[in-house]
Design a binder for this molecule. Structure first.
Ligand code: SF4
Length: 472
C-alpha cells in the first residue's frame, strides 16, 4: 500500500530572521516525512509565520488565512511568529485558524500538533515571553546563493518604539562552535554567501543573561570556514560597532565591506526620546572609521520618520545629517503607533500626511545616495555573486559592497562568483557589468580599499576589445 504524504506549505512575513526560522521548521517537517509544497498546491497544512512590525499585521494575517482556506477548505492552519506571540488570543479568534504557537513553541510545532487534526476551537500554545530563554538554531536554505544564519535572538534594549523584545524575549545567542559547524554544513550544500542575522546581532554572546562570548570572536572564527566565499553582517547597532570589528572586516578574506547601521534619527533630541543608546556624533565617528579603513564600503541606514515630537526642524536636521554623511542607501520607516510601547504614549503625534511627506523626501534622498555610491564605483572591478533572479533576459547579482548588477542571463553563472567591471547604470538603476579575463587574480574581494585598488591598478585592466571570453 502506498502511503500518501501530507503536504505542508509556508508563508513568511517580516525579516530575515523569520525566513531563517521558517526554513528550519520546514526542514523539520521534511525530516518527519511531510512534503513541502507551494502555497497554492492544495496543502493539507498551512504554517503562517507572522511579523509584529508589519503594518496592519492583523489584517494581513486574516487575509492570508482566508486565502489558505479558499485553496484548501479543510486544511490545518497554524499561525506562528512575533505577532502570534504578541496577540495569541486575538489570532485564535480569526475564523479558520486551528492553532497559534508562540516564540518558544514554534520550533516544537511538529511534535505539539502531531497528526494535525482540526480542533473545534483553535488551540493556543504561547508561554509568557519572560520565560523564553532557549536559543533555537535556524538558517534558511532557499536557493543556493545566500543563506540567512541566525546567530542571536531577542533584545535587552528598551527603544521606546519597539515591540520586538515583547515578541522575541531577552537577548540570547548560539555558541561560536555551533555556528562554525552550521557554516560548514551550509558550505557543504554549495551556498557561497552567509548573512549573519539576529535581532540585535552585535549583542551576540549572551547566554542566560551572562556574556560568554563576543561578536568579534564569532566573526574571527567564521572567517576561517572554507567553502563560504562571503559573510555579510545584516545589521549592527552603532554603539556595538567597534573599531576592532571594522578593522577586522577591513582585512578579512571573507567578510564583505557592507555595514547596515540603524540610525533612526539624526536629531539628538529625538534619539533621546527613542531611548537609543548613542547620539549623532557617535554615528558620524562610525561612518568615518569605516570609510577610512574601506573607502568603497557600502553603508546602509535605517531611519524612522514621524516619531512623536519630531518637528519639521528635527526632521530637517535628520535630512541634513544624512545628506552630508558618506552613506550608500536608506531604509525608511514611517512611524506608526504600536500598543504597549512608551512611544505610543508620547505627546505631539505627527499628522499622518506629514509623516508620509517626510518619508517621500527620504526615499528620494536614498535614491540619490545609492546612485552617487554606484557612480563612484563605475570603472572598478569587483567580484559578483550571481543569483537566480531573471527579468527581461537579464540576471542579477551583488558585489561584496552590495552594488546590484545586471548581466545577460546565463544559467551557468547562477551561484558563481565572477570578477567584473562596472560599466554603467541602466534605466532600472542597476549597474551593467562586463566580465574580465579570469587570470586567477580577478576573483578578488570587493573592498576596493586602498589595498585592493592598488591591486587593480597594478593589474592592467584590459580594454573592452581585449576583454573576456564572454561579455555578460
Ligand atoms: S535595539 Fe531597539 S529597535 Fe532594535 S530590537 Fe532592540 S529594542 Fe527594538
Amino acid at each position: 500500500m502506498q502511503l500518501v504524504m501530507k503536504k505542508v506549505a509556508f508563508y513568511t512575513l517580516g525579516c530575515k530572521l523569520n525566513y531563517s526560522e521558517t526554513s528550519t521548521i520546514s526542514r523539520k517537517f521534511e525530516e518527519k516525512g511531510y512534503l513541502k509544497v507551494d502555497f497554492t498546491d492544495q496543502p493539507d497544512i498551512f504554517i503562517i509565520n507572522t511579523c509584529s512590525v508589519t503594518e496592519n499585521a492583523d489584517k494581513k494575517c486574516r487575509k492570508i488565512v482566508r486565502e489558505a482556506r479558499s485553496i484548501s477548505p479543510n486544511a490545518y492552519v497554524a499561525i506562528i511568529g512575533c505577532y502570534a506571540q504578541l496577540k495569541p488570543q486575538e489570532i485564535s479568534e480569526i475564523p479558520g485558524v486551528d492553532a497559534v504557537l508562540g516564540a518558544a513553541e514554534k520550533f516544537r510545532l511538529v511534535e505539539l500538533l502531531d497528526g494535525f487534526v482540526r480542533p473545534e476551537t483553535a488551540t493556543v500554545f504561547a508561554s509568557d515571553i519572560n520565560e523564553v530563554d532557549t536559543f533555537n538554531t535556524s538558517y534558511s536554505l532557499h536557493d543556493r546563493t545566500r543563506t540567512f544564519l541566525k546567530v542571536q535572538d531577542g533584545c535587552d534594549y528598551t527603544c521606546s518604539f519597539c515591540t520586538i523584545p515583547l515578541a522575541r524575549g531577552s537577548s540570547r545567542s548560539d555558541s561560536i562552535i555551533n555556528l562554525v559547524n552550521h557554516a560548514k554544513e551550509i558550505a557543504a550544500t554549495g551556498v557561497k554567501e552567509i548573512v549573519l542575522t539576529g535581532v540585535n546581532t552585535g549583542d551576540f554572546g549572551l547566554r542566560n543573561g551572562v556574556r560568554e562570548e563576543r561578536f568579534i570572536d564569532l566573526i574571527k572564527a567564521l572567517d576561517g570556514v572554507e567553502g563560504i566565499e562571503r559573510f555579510r553582517i545584516s545589521s549592527l547597532e552603532p554603539n556595538l560597532l567597534t573599531d576592532e570589528i571594522i578593522e577586522f572586516v577591513g582585512q578579512s578574506k571573507r567578510f564583505v565591506p557592507h555595514f547596515h547601521i540603524p540610525l533612526q534619527s539624526g536629531s539628538n533630541a529625538i534619539l533621546k526620546l527613542m531611548k537609543r543608546r548613542y547620539q549623532r556624533d557617535l554615528y558620524v565617528s562610525r561612518v568615518d572609521k569605516i570609510k577610512s579603513v574601506m573607502p568603497a564600503c557600502c553603508i546602509g541606514v535605517d531611519v524612522i520618520v514621524g516619531f512623536p515630537g519630531e518637528t519639521r526642524e528635527h526632521f530637517l536636521e535628520t535630512y541634513q545629517f544624512l545628506n552630508e554623511l558618506d552613506i550608500s542607501y536608506l531604509h525608511v520607516f514611517t512611524y506608526s503607533e504600536r500598543e504597549n510601547t512608551l512611544a505610543a504614549t508620547l505627546p505631539n503625534a505627527v499628522p499622518m500626511r506629514e509623516r508620509n511627506e517626510r518619508s517621500k523626501m527620504l526615499h528620494i534622498l536614498s535614491d540619490k545616495k545609492r546612485r552617487a555610491f554606484y557612480e563612484k564605483n563605475l570603472g572598478k572591478s569587483f567580484s559578483v555573486l550571481f543569483e537566480n533572479d531573471v527579468e527581461d533576459g537579464l540576471m542579477h547579482g551583488f558585489t561584496g559592497n552590495y552594488i546590484r548588477v545586471a548581466a545577460k542571463y546565463d544559467p551557468l553563472l547562477i551561484n558563481e562568483l565572477k570578477a567584473a567591471t562596472l560599466l554603467a547604470i541602466n534605466q532600472k538603476g542597476h549597474v551593467e557589468v562586463e566580465e574580465l579575463v579570469d587570470n586567477g587574480q580577478l576573483i578578488m574581494d570587493n573592498r576596493a580599499s586602498l589595498k585592493t585598488l592598488a591591486l587593480i591598478t597594478s593589474t592592467p585592466v584590459p580594454s573592452p576589445k581585449e576583454k573576456g571570453k564572454r561579455s555578460f
